[in-house]
Design a binder for this molecule. Sequence first.
Ligand SMILES: *Cc1c(COP(=O)(O)O)cnc(C)c1O
Length: 464
Amino acid sequence: MSNRNSKVDFNKLPYKLQLSENELPKQWYNLRADMKNKPAPLLSPATMKPITFEELRQVFCDECARQELDEVNAFFDIPQAIQDFYKMYRPAPLTHAVFLEKALNTPAHIFYKFEGNNTSGSHKLNSAIAQAYYAKEQGLTGVTTETGAGQWGTALSMACAFFGLVCKVFMVKCSYEQKPFRREVMRTYGASVVPSPSDTTEAGRKILADFPDAPGSLGCAISEAVECAANTPGFRYALGSVLSQVMLHQSIIGLETASAFEKYGIEPDIIVGCAGGGSNLGGLIAPFMGRKLRGEADYHFIAVEPASCPSLTRGKFAYDYCDTGRICPLSKMYTLGCRFMPSSSHAGGLRYHGMSSILSQLYDDGLMEARSVKQTDVFAAAREFARTEGILPAPESSHAIRVAIDEAIKCRETGEEKTIVIGLTGTGYFDMFSYQKFNDGVMQDYIPTDEDLMQGLSQLPEIG
Ligand SMILES: *Cc1c(COP(=O)(O)O)cnc(C)c1O
């Protein structure tokens, strides 16, 4: 695979492979249309049968429910209002990491697609604005959601402020306490923020009864947000990851990347991203995976997850609930079990028990690799990146940086000139307590034992 770019003069490239405004994608790409093995359908928790549009539209706004169920149409027009909003912070830069390459003394060519160039600090705004738009179009008054590290809640707050919607955010309790400034950004955009588990919902009260000191988890906050939406007239629920509709919106990342590479005649070899619920990675790889599925090209895709929450590398491919409270639909995915309580690992955005059903299917079909990495190794990579390329990366994003650096070092040893693309999902300004621990040398690596994992895995639902 290596040296497919022998005709490209990498020394003559601009530092940023930039697209102009009129080169921005006007459609999202639905990778499912090109998959022979489609992801298994979501199941209704009430009937255990494939969920219907009627059931789904009780939870999500109508157009999002439609997109969720559509595995046929390859392209969806991006509404003009969303295209206009995207112009405030897109195209996201695709940067040639020349300083990192030099520091690593590698013949590899490293690029990163940087999604942290907006106030929410991550790629999540790409889907938040779409979900808020469709809610507004339908005449709804507000949305509820959960947030882990805080990026999704911030993104949805911004999107709701833009379209004049009410936004209620259930924030994982340990993040709520660790990141007061995140909370205040959301409130500045008009959202109300509740620490989860809370006593304002039945799901929250149940979890508190079992685990009074629960630090919270995404799965638990999801249960609360869904329940709250169901009980509030004119409200629906919005989810920032995992779902196929979210991956559809995030395809903007990959489409821009593919266009920019095409413009300069470059073909990547390795595409690497961090995987929490799978939306940024899925979005980044979508057009490239499409080519691979259609037999037009080949790429090495790598999903990187924390060793503390290893759904792909140590989970099971099975139907499971998307939330701890077991009120959400079931998805067939790589999962650690919906009752899995991850340690208060710092990469908040990667502390989810499950994984996108699309990525899970692709992984199970052997079309993608997955690796897990330890937190201290991740922060060492983050530090190297900050010192060379200037950007202070989010801990989540730094999982991808870790593996990209490892691959670049391999190239140094073999002399291969591979072209590596990193999905750099965001900035880490709200993660300075974690950076502090790392800088003080007191950061610890938590890796669950097989026994720890069995607790969650043994409780997977039986599907007939
Ligand atoms: C949420 C988040 C992630 C992980 O979510 P995915 O759905 O897997 O993309 C990664 N990086 C950042 C900065 C995030 O905010």
